[in-house]
Design a binder for this molecule. Structure first.
Ligand code: ATP
Length: 368
């Protein structure tokens, strides 16, 4: 499933040079992106970067200052929110406290004056879909937070919208429930075939649920890609740093055929990198994940990238630890290593001299 790689595929949603200004503040800045049918698309970025504004424009609560948003090939700007095949599920769920679960889900269908049997069948289908048949006759304050979240989801899907917008849908749930619910959300999305666009602060959540992730900053899309590509091939130090733990080493590149040699600190051997995209000589960032770096007490003989330092800090993570290793010039490089079974027998300890090494293709070389 990768419609974005198919030049023939028609997007469900197209943002074409969309800008949204509030006074002289630009919340969304000349942004273009396509989102496809059946996609689970995540908007990820720091607070204030414009995620909610993008959603509100899709829902019709805000109008772009310039540019066009298309749904199914048609400009949706003249279409009022209630006439769009778009629904938005809010962080607060906004359930009606005086209505039962059943009536909450039936609400929109009744407003549309659908025949009673049709409403009943649809509500039951939704109750089954989110597995809350048992609670149909309870009120929202008689069920748990996780169950309320399901009711809100069922209500948002009852009218079978083409697009469901989810604004931080799981933020009210605790971590364990949140993780379980992520899988349920994916399952429900797959079963209904509805396109989901989710806003989240939580990078792990975006990486788990989404077919593609859009990383935003200051109203712009920095990278739109599959979770694997975002993680393995970030297009900028910003994206690399935003997703997961990373080392960013700045230096000067000289290009030697396929390889790039990066001089980064006095007295240190050059880093040898294989850039995914051609890199011009000059300032570059070398980006490498801690888990791509091996740590050893002996100098490795099979790798050209090997640096020597001493252990400064250790973050114990249970199954593994992240070692912060200080180079003679003061640069700190993080490397993870699997733990032995007991915490009191970590393979390395503070002040230990260690070697860090990695393969020529383990990192990403990015122009600055
Ligand atoms: P968060 O993760 O904190 O919800 P966000 O990425 O969703 O942030 P938006 O809500 O889209 O950010 O807001 C983007 C910027 O636009 C913010 O700086 C916000 O203050 C501003 N903004 C949003 N709505 C309005 C408005 N109605 N009037 C003025 N400024 C606004």
């Amino acid at each position: 499933f990768a419609p974005w790689t198919d030049p023939q595929a028609k997007p469900l949603i197209r943002f074409e040079n969309v800008t949204k200004r509030f006074g002289d503040f630009t919340a969304v800045d000349d942004l273009s992106v396509d989102i496809y049918e059946r996609e689970f698309f995540a908007l990820l970025g720091p607070s204030g970067c414009g995620k909610t504004t993008m959603m509100r424009m899709l829902a019709g609560f805000e109008t772009p200052t310039s540019g066009t948003i298309m749904l199914d090939g048609k400009d949706i700007s003249p279409v009022p929110p209630n006439k769009r095949s778009v629904n938005m599920m809010f962080q607060s769920y906004a359930l009606f406290p005086h209505l039962t679960v059943y009536d909450n889900i039936a609400f929109g269908l009744k407003r549309d004056k659908l025949p009673a049997e049709q409403i009943d069948a649809r509500v039951k289908e939704m109750l089954r879909l989110v597995q809350i048949e048992r609670f149909a006759q309870r009120k929202p304050d008689q069920i748990s937070g996780g169950q309320r979240q399901r009711v809100a989801l069922a209500r948002s899907l009852a009218k079978a919208p083409k697009l469901l917008l989810l604004d931080e849908p799981l933020s009210a749930l605790d971590k364990k429930l949140r993780q379980d619910t992520q899988f349920e959300l994916m399952d429900i999305q797959e079963k209904t075939g509805t396109t989901f666009v989710i806003v989240t602060h939580d990078q792990e959540e975006a990486m788990t649920v989404a077919s593609r992730v859009a990383v935003m900053n200051f109203g712009k899309l920095i990278q739109v890609d599959t979770p694997t590509q975002i993680y393995e091939a970030p297009n900028s130090a910003y994206v690399a740093d935003f997703i997961g733990d990373v080392n960013i080493i700045e230096g000067n590149a000289t290009v030697d055929g396929e390889r790039v040699l990066i001089s980064w600190a006095e007295g240190q051997p050059d880093i040898i990198g294989t850039p995914a995209q051609p890199v011009a000589p000059g300032r570059v960032s070398f980006v490498i994940r801690p888990e791509k770096i091996a740590i050893s007490s002996e100098k490795p003989t099979d790798r050209r990238n090997a640096v020597h330092g001493k252990v400064l800090d250790i973050a114990y993570l249970g199954n593994m630890s992240t070692y912060h290793v200080e180079m003679p010039d003061g640069t700190v490089i993080k490397a993870t290593a699997a733990n032995q079974r007991r915490r009191d027998s970590l393979p390395y300890t503070w002040e230990d001299p260690v070697w860090l090494s990695w393969t020529d293709t383990a990192g990403v070389v990015l122009a600055e």
